[in-house]
Ligand binder design. Structure first.
Ligand SMILES: NC(=O)c1ccc[n+]([C@@H]2O[C@H](COP(=O)([O-])OP(=O)(O)OC[C@H]3O[C@@H](n4cnc5c(N)ncnc54)[C@H](O)[C@@H]3O)[C@@H](O)[C@H]2O)c1
Length: 460
C-alpha cells in the first residue's frame, strides 16, 4: 500500500511540475512539456486511439521509422484491432498493448505514463473529448480532421491546450502536398504578387464510402450504419442530420498558409449556401431500385459553398462536394496581382513570365522549378506512403515536434480555425445564409504571430 502511495505521490509531483512548466508555456507556448513524461531512449512513444482505415495509415507511417514505438492501441471493434495487430506483426515490430471494451476504453490508454503522444483517428463525434482528455493527461495530440462538432468544442480544445501547455495538431495532410508546397514557395517569393482571392475545398465523390457493406475491396453497396463498414458506420449519419461544410480543412489548411491566417491575418466572417440534396438518394436508387436508403431525406446539400472574409482583405471560397459523380479535386485557386494557379486544370499563369500572354502554362515546369525544399529533401522517404506521400510528411512533422518537445507546425489555433468553419457554415445555412463571425481563437495574438510553416527543409 505504502509503495503504491509513494509511486502515486511521485507521479503526482511529476505531473505538478509538468503542469507548472505548462502554465508558463500557456501564454505563448515558449516552453513545452519536458522531462519526466518523455523517454530517455530518444524514441517517441505513441498511443493510437482508433485504428480503423485512417488510424492504420498512421500505424503504417510509424512502422516505417525506427524513432517511434507503438506502445498501445485502442479501438472499440475487434475487426480494426485484428487488422492492426496483423499489420504490426507483419512489420516485425513488438505487439502493442490493446485497449477495448467500450467508448471510454481510451481513458485507460491515457492513464499510461509511458506514452508521449496520441494519434486520434476515431469518428468525428469523439475527437473533442478524446483530445481534451489526452491533453489533460499530458500527451501531445495529433488528431485527424475535424477537431469538434460545435464552436464550443473548438474553444474547449484551445482552452485545454493553453491551460495544460500541451500542443494539439490537426493532422492536415493536404498542407504537405507537393504542388501545394511548391505554390507556397512561389507565394513567398512573390510570384503571384499580393494575394487577393483563394479557393479550395473537398470535392471528392464519397458515395461508395458513405454506402459501404465491406464486401468489395474499395467500398460500395447501399448500406450504412450498423450494416455499414468503416466510415459508412458513422459518417453517413452526418449527411442525414447536418447541412454545412462537413469537411473544410483540406481546402482551408493550405489556403491559411498562403495568406498567413492567425499569423498576421485572420478569417473575420463567413457565409454558406447549400444546394438541394439529391446525389445520395439517386445513387442508392440506381444501385438498388426501391431500397429504403433511397427514400431517406438527406439533409446535407450536395454542394455547400462557403465564402470567407479576411482581415487583410482577401476572399476565400470553400466548396464541399461529396455526393455527386466527379473526379477528385480540392479545387485550389490562388490568385494575386501578378498571377493565378488553378489546380483542377493543372494550370498556372504568371504575367510577363508565362510563355504566352493570356494563356495558361502547364504547372509541370513551374512546380519543378519551385519544388519545395521539404519535398526535395524527403520526397524519397515519402514514396509509397498514403495519399501520394503526404501522409508521411504530416506524420513526420508531428513526430519531430514531439521528439524535440517543440510546438507543432500546425498548432492548436491553426487546427481549430480550419475546423470551426464546419459548425459556422451549418449555422449560417440554418439561419438563412446569415453571415457568422469567425472567433479569434488567438485572442489577438494573430497580429504578432509569425508564419513558420514549412519555412525550410527541417521537416515542419
Ligand atoms: N486526412 C485524411 O486524408 C483522412 C482520410 C480518411 C479519414 N480521415 C479522418 O480519420 C478519422 C477516422 O476515419 P476512418 O476512415 O479511419 O474511419 P473508420 O470508421 O475506418 O475508423 C474509425 C475507427 O474508430 C473506432 N472507434 C469508434 N469509436 C471509438 C472510440 N470511442 N474509441 C476508440 N475507437 C473508436 C472504430 O471502431 C473504427 O475502427 C476521421 O476523422 C476521418 O475524417 C482523414
Amino acid at each position: 500500500m505504502a509503495v503504491i502511495y509513494t509511486q502515486q505521490l511521485k507521479l503526482n509531483m511529476e505531473r505538478r511540475d509538468f503542469i507548472k512548466n505548462s502554465a508558463i508555456a500557456a501564454a505563448g507556448f515558449a516552453i513545452l512539456p519536458s522531462g519526466s513524461l518523455f523517454a530517455d531512449t530518444g524514441k517517441v512513444r505513441l498511443g493510437y486511439i482508433g485504428v480503423g482505415m485512417r488510424g492504420r495509415v498512421h500505424i503504417g507511417s510509424a512502422l516505417l521509422r525506427d524513432d517511434v514505438e507503438i506502445v498501445a492501441i485502442c479501438d472499440t471493434q475487434e475487426d480494426s484491432l485484428k487488422h492492426c495487430r496483423e499489420q504490426i506483426a507483419k512489420a516485425g515490430k513488438p505487439a502493442a498493448q490493446e485497449y477495448t471494451g467500450g467508448l471510454d476504453a481510451y481513458k485507460k490508454l491515457l492513464d499510461r505514463k509511458d506514452i508521449d503522444a496520441v494519434i486520434i483517428s476515431t469518428p468525428w463525434q469523439f475527437h473533442r473529448d478524446q483530445a481534451v482528455d489526452a491533453m489533460k493527461a499530458g500527451k501531445y495530440v495529433g488528431c485527424e480532421v475535424i477537431a469538434g462538432l460545435t464552436v464550443q468544442d473548438h474553444w474547449d480544445i484551445v482552452n485545454t491546450s493553453e491551460k495544460t501547455g500541451v500542443p494539439y495538431m490537426t493532422l492536415e495532410n493536404v498542407c504537405y502536398r507537393r504542388d501545394v508546397l511548391a505554390v507556397l514557395n512561389m507565394v513567398r517569393q512573390g510570384l503571384f504578387g499580393e494575394l487577393v482571392h483563394l479557393e479550395g475545398g473537398y470535392q471528392h465523390d464519397l458515395r461508395n464510402v458513405l454506402f459501404n457493406d465491406g464486401k468489395q475491396a474499395y467500398g460500395g453497396g447501399v448500406k450504412f450504419g450498423k450494416e455499414g463498414y468503416s466510415e459508412a458506420q458513422w459518417r453517413t449519419q452526418f449527411n442525414i442530420d447536418r447541412d454545412g461544410d462537413l469537411y473544410p480543412t483540406h481546402g482551408a489548411g493550405p489556403v491559411m498558409q498562403y495568406i498567413d491566417i492567425n499569423r498576421g491575418n485572420r478569417f473575420t466572417n463567413l457565409v454558406s449556401f447549400s444546394s438541394k440534396a439529391r446525389g445520395l438518394a439517386a445513387y442508392v436508387e440506381e444501385l438498388s431500385p426501391g431500397h429504403p436508403n433511397a427514400k431517406i431525406n438527406y439533409k446535407e446539400g450536395d454542394v455547400v459553398t462557403t465564402m470567407l472574409n479576411c482581415a487583410n482583405g482577401e476572399t476565400v471560397l470553400l466548396t464541399h462536394d461529396t455526393h455527386l459523380p466527379r473526379p477528385y479535386s480540392i479545387g485550389f485557386r490562388v490568385q494575386g496581382t501578378k498571377g493565378i494557379w488553378m489546380d483542377v486544370a493543372k494550370s498556372i499563369y504568371i504575367e510577363h513570365q508565362s510563355k504566352k500572354d493570356d494563356q495558361w502554362d502547364s504547372t509541370k515546369e513551374w512546380f519543378e522549378k519551385y519544388d519545395h525544399p521539404l519535398w526535395k529533401k524527403y520526397g524519397s522517404n515519402a514514396k509509397g506512403a498514403g495519399h501520394g506521400g503526404i501522409d508521411w510528411f504530416v506524420f513526420n512533422a508531428f513526430v519531430k515536434a514531439v521528439k524535440e518537445k517543440k510546438q507543432t507546425p500546425i498548432d492548436v489555433y491553426d487546427s481549430v480555425t480550419m475546423s470551426v468553419i464546419s459548425p459556422l457554415s451549418e449555422k449560417s445555412i440554418k439561419e438563412g445564409n446569415k453571415p457568422q463571425e469567425v472567433p479569434d481563437f488567438t485572442r489577438g495574438k494573430w497580429k504578432t504571430r509569425k508564419n513558420t510553416f514549412a519555412l525550410d527543409d527541417s521537416g515542419y
